[in-house]
Design a protein around this ligand. Structure first.
Ligand code: FES
Length: 185
């Protein structure tokens, strides 16, 4: 018999049932961990981006607002009318409180009029006439210091925002927080 014969190649053992189950369990655990991490990441993201309907919307500086008492300004991208009334600034949700049509501002009549069934509202959203059951809904609106980001004034309950005497403050609207207009019934 030859002395220096090379050792026979090690035979590959087939994977047994226990090893297979261990492998499958580890793979499932890895898959589950990746999924949980993905879902957690998605939930930690803000639901709406700044500047789109449902998120925070920057209108501009106080100095850029139309003068108090002038016609409301349409912001169709975020579904609101910005109304600078004699009592303060308001952000009105542009959907009629009757059956959901989009109402318009009438310069001739100096009020909002809904084309569907004729409901009418003042520039501050107060109900005037027609089948709408309540005044217009509005959004939370605030004045923010552009240097510090501090909210220096805020109208949380649908009241007009009284502006502090600083033309550089930024007006922001939270289009994710809608306040239901008062019922007139
Ligand atoms: S939907 Fe506006 S009056 Fe009916």
């Amino acid at each position: 018999m030859a002395k220096d014969q090379p050792p026979a190649a090690e035979e590959k053992k087939p994977i047994n049932r226990r090893e297979f189950l261990n492998f499958a369990w580890l793979a499932s655990l890895g898959f589950l961990t990746v999924n949980i991490a993905g879902v957690t990441y998605l939930f930690s993201m803000p639901r709406f981006r700044e500047g789109e309907f449902g998120g925070m919307y920057t209108v501009g500086k106080v100095s850029e607002l139309p003068p108090p008492g002038s016609a409301p300004v349409n912001h169709p991208k975020v579904k609101l009318w910005l109304s600078n009334t004699e009592s303060g600034v308001m952000a009105l949700y542009k959907v009629c409180t009757h059956l959901g049509c989009l109402y318009n501002w009438s310069d001739q009549e100096n009020k909002f009029i809904c084309p569907c069934h004729g409901s009418q509202f003042q520039s501050d959203g107060q109900y005037l006439a027609g089948p709408a059951p309540r005044s217009l809904d509005r959004f939370v609106i605030q004045a923010v210091d552009p240097n510090t980001g501090e909210v220096v004034a805020e109208a949380r309950n649908g009241e007009p925002l009284q502006l502090p005497d600083n033309p550089d403050l930024i007006i922001r609207v939270d289009t994710g927080t809608r306040i239901t207009g008062e019922s007139h019934a």
